[in-house]
Write a protein that binds this ligand. Structure first.
Ligand code: FAD
Length: 408
């Protein structure tokens, strides 16, 4: 049985950055990266943006050129699932029936797209957007465009896909169960702006609408029956309804966790020598009042990877990185810093009609987070306000003629 000093499970943002950070921090031992994905590490955000639109080829979304991994002596075993973790023997069982042992394990397995469970959910023509393979299959069906698509879920991925499909001249209906878009991640001001903008771009947006059944014929989808009794005819369905974190083998091995796997401030799980990072890691986040949450962002995956790699190298530093995120839809670039969870007040800064504005989230008068639309200056300057939990008069915050950096 082969032994590795560090085994990394997953080749997404977290896994890739963990290997990079280990080498950057002087790790000289062997590193094995095992991943279910068949491709060398690539970025996921472009999957619902430039890669789906056909504006960037796969080579341009790779996290590093393929040769990099060999040059850094990081062994990749792709197209293999890790099915079993034996935390006592420090041993893993892979789907190709091989076993490997590790000194340290970094679990960076992210999550799988949550599947639809309604009648008709197995029909052909239903798509998810999580991996390159998903998007290649979707692109093939979209062909030269002009299709009728129903997108289920108005979170970031659903809305980004809607924007790309409109560009491809598809007829797009977005069906969202809640009464506003981006409800899980943003305040009502931002939701209203994005809903109006998508409608302006020709998206038929149905809020407060659930899906009853996916209808089909000959094994392929023909429409979506909503809970208002209407069938929306379509050729393609895309579901963007969140993820289920990929932690089964770790939980089966005894790691604490429920929605993800629990980690401490050094990204250690409750099992000896096993770390978990990225989308699957439930942690107490200082920017969420130390509530235990999972963050699904490139920032979080990268920063946790560095935190775990440093801890393995003996340089333990608490994970306290400022959360940030972005989303591109049409000509709108949204940049978010901080977490708006638990806000009790919002301040609108700038004019949404000009498509350049920010929403600032406060709690008890202190700045928690900013959502900045086409407003990189506020995003950059607001970061310090978030880090300091600055207490600033809301009327001053709302005055877009005063730069945020002058408000500290
Ligand atoms: P992942 O990137 O999901 O990687 C997990 C890896 O583990 C995968 O390679 C998977 O195949 C593998 N794996 C899973 N289980 C096993 C197993 N048992 N054995 C072996 N391998 C396994 N974030 C932003 O900040 N901005 C954006 O604009 C943005 N857009 C996004 C758009 C899309 C379409 C998607 C899907 C995500 C987007 N995100 C965005 C989120 C961001 O990509 C994720 O937060 C990030 O990829 C998480 O990294 P990760 O390493 O934790 O997990």
């Amino acid at each position: 049985m082969e032994h590795y000093d560090v085994v990394i499970v997953g080749s997404g943002h977290g896994g890739a950055q963990a290997a990079i950070a280990l080498r950057q921090n002087g790790h000289e031992g062997s590193i094995l990266m095992v991943s279910r994905d068949r491709n060398p590490p690539y970025e996921r955000p472009p999957l619902s943006k430039e890669y789906l639109a056909g504006d960037k080829p796969f080579e341009r979304i790779q996290i590093r050129p393929e040769q990099f991994w060999a040059d850094k002596d990081v062994e990749l075993r792709l197209g293999r699932n890790v099915n079993e973790v034996d935390p006592i023997a420090h041993e893993l069982g892979l789907s190709d029936d091989t076993r490997v042992t590790y000194r340290k394990l970094i679990w960076a397995a992210g999550g799988d797209a949550r599947r639809l469970s309604c009648p008709g959910c197995d029909l052909g023509g239903i798509h998810y957007i999580r991996s390159r393979r998903d998007v290649d299959a979707l692109k093939e069906e979209l062909g030269s465009g002009g299709k009728r698509a129903v997108i289920i879920g108005a979170g970031y991925i659903g809305l980004e896909a809607a924007a790309v499909l409109r560009k491809l001249d598809c007829q797009v209906t977005v069906v969202e169960m809640l009464d506003r878009v981006l409800a899980r991640v943003a305040g009502p001001d931002l939701s209203d702006f994005y809903a109006a903008y998508h409608r302006e771009q020709g998206v038929d947006l149905r809020l407060s609408t659930g899906v009853e059944t996916i209808e089909g014929e000959g094994g392929r989808v023909t429409g979506v029956l909503t809970d208002s009794g209407e069938t929306i005819a379509c050729d393609i369905v895309i579901a963007g309804i969140g993820i289920v974190s990929s932690v089964g083998p770790l939980i089966a091995a005894g790691a604490a966790g429920s929605n993800g796997v629990d980690v401490d401030s050094y990204c250690r799980t409750t099992l000896d020598d096993i770390y978990a990072i990225g989308d699957c890691a439930a942690h107490a986040n200082p920017y969420a009042d130390n509530k235990v949450i999972r963050l699904e962002s490139v920032q979080n995956a990268n920063d946790m990877a560095t935190c775990a790699a440093k801890a393995i190298m003996g340089d333990k530093q608490d994970y306290d990185a400022v959360p940030w995120f972005w989303s591109n839809q049409y000509d709108l670039r949204l940049q978010t810093v901080g977490l708006s969870i638990g806000h009790d007040e919002t301040v609108l800064r700038g004019d949404p009609a000009e498509r350049k504005f920010s929403v600032i989230y406060l709690r008890e008068g202190r700045v928690l987070a900013l959502d900045c639309v086409n407003n990189t200056k506020d995003y950059v300057q607001g970061r310090k306000l978030v880090m300091d939990r600055a207490e600033i008069d809301p009327d001053l915050l709302a005055d877009a003629s005063v730069p945020l950096k002058e408000m500290r």
